[in-house]
Write a protein that binds this ligand. Structure first.
Ligand code: CTP
Length: 422
């Protein structure tokens, strides 16, 4: 993507992930952007200003008082910027910005700019999950600040969890989307305005006894990205999720565990929904009986009898109301297109989003995904490996395109697959 003529202020705050901002800087410059780096005093504990000065389009600034000839660098930079991008954004930076406190050149610039702002948080899991940090992020999101979610993975000190800075690839792609929006037409910016959209996310857990369950590897990241993108496009969004991932203000979150709870949450709302996106990995089977007490090893190896769960998507397909759009997901390990086409017709969906979960960096637990979108009207879109928010954009683009077509000639009773086994 050509970013020539685009001015990016690259803010770097003080966390170990600051070294990755060097790569982001280089890539933005390579793409043609004019990059002006600002390092906070704490960032200088991790990386040197000289590195950024050498790679960026102008010398790195580290203080309001660097240059006597330029007494107001924060307003100069803030006014010229097409994007202020903060990589990494520490808990302290996020807190200062949310509270409107200007304590250094970077926070002063954030308050002085009217340009879009994108922050890329990175911190230890405990800090990331702290109620104060999540509150500050909600405040910033409500003000229109773009947040590039951190990934899960290895953190400084060897801990593993949420809070790792998103990869430079993801950050540069997200920044590019803000600088050169693929949906540049304002009339198309909120194409889901006025629509009720429900998204399911995560993997259901079917209890065996009070401590054990049958589950799957779904992390909920793709479903949450879909809900956030639907909100950004103007929809009224309900997210039925099995995870405790934070959700932006404005999304109604319904927390469920089992397939039966998910079914109740979805079907009880189905009558007024315009779009249902079944991104969750719903268990196909559940234990016939749930032991009241923990199964003890001394009692021998248990035999767990299973029964099918109800297929929520197929039920929706069989009882859909006119104008309702149903999106199914298909996590496959072979013959992806054939299985997806089968699920499209068998479940009565309008779109199926399929992926090969055995491919590298794809599907469960990853931050990236590569999918094939098939529609009942016969279109086929390949979305190459991208971050899950970009996949969400592609899915919702396909939903919008499908909804603009005439209603398909499909009677609910034509659907042969409806199971009602629970
Ligand atoms: N799904 C559902 N209810 C279920 C199982 C699945 O609504 N009990 C939805 C999923 O959310 C997904 C789609 O159906 O959108 C496909 O799920 P999948 O498990 O791949 O479909 P199955 O028909 O169970 O096929 P498979 O034999 O591949 O498991």
């Amino acid at each position: 993507m050509d970013l020539s003529g685009k001015n990016v202020v690259l803010g770097v705050s003080g966390g170990i992930a600051a070294y990755k901002a060097v790569e982001v800087c280089r890539r933005l410059v390579d793409a043609g952007a004019h990059v002006a780096p600002i390092l906070t005093p704490a960032a200088l504990k991790f990386v040197g200003a000289a590195t950024f000065s050498a790679l960026a389009s102008e010398p790195a600034l580290t203080s309001l008082w660097d240059d006597a000839a330029d007494p107001i660098p924060h307003t100069r930079l803030g006014q010229a910027a097409d994007l202020v991008l903060v990589v990494p954004a520490t808990a302290r930076l996020i807190g200062s910005y949310a509270a409107g406190i200007s304590s250094d050149l970077l926070t002063a610039t954030l308050l002085a700019t009217r340009a879009p702002v994108m922050i890329c948080p990175a911190m230890h899991t405990e800090m990331w999950e702290h109620a104060a940090v999540q509150h500050n992020l909600r405040v910033l999101r409500e003000r229109g600040v773009h947040v590039v979610e951190p990934a899960e993975g290895r953190l400084a000190g060897g801990d593993v969890g949420a809070g790792r800075l998103a990869s430079p690839d993801v950050i540069v792609a997200a920044a590019t989307e803000v600088l050169i929006p693929s949906q540049g037409n304002p009339a198309l910016d909120r194409p889901l305005l006025g629509l009720d959209v429900l998204v399911t996310a995560g993997g259901t857990r079917e209890p065996i006894d009070p401590v054990r369950f049958i589950g799957n590897r779904s992390s909920g990241k793709q479903g949450h990205a879909l809900a956030e993108e639907a909100l950004a496009r103007g929809a009224t969004v309900t997210l039925v999720t099995t995870t405790d991932r934070p959700v932006p203000a404005g999304i109604e979150r319904v927390r469920v565990d089992t397939a039966a709870e998910m079914r109740d949450a979805v079907l009880s709302r189905a009558d007024h929904l315009d779009v249902v996106v079944m991104a969750a990995a719903v268990a196909d089977f559940r234990p016939t009986e749930v032991a009241g007490n923990k199964l003890k090893k001394a009692d021998g190896v248990p035999v767990v009898a299973l029964e099918p769960t109800a297929d929520i998507l197929a039920e929706l397909g069989a009882s859909r109301r006119p104008g309702q759009t149903l999106v199914g997901f298909a996590a496959e390990t072979s013959e992806v297109a054939a299985h997806a086409a089968d699920k499209l017709t068998r479940k009565g969906a309008d779109l199926v989003v399929a992926n090969d979960v055995s491919a590298p960096h794809t599907g469960f637990e990853h931050d990236t995904n590569a999918v094939l979108i098939l529609t009942a009207s016969g279109s086929r879109t390949d979305v190459p490996l991208s971050d899950k928010r970009a996949v969400a954009r592609a899915v919702l683009d396909a939903v919008v395109a499908e909804r603009s077509r005439p209603e398909p000639l499909r009677a609910p009773s034509d659907n042969p697959s409806t199971r009602s086994s629970t």
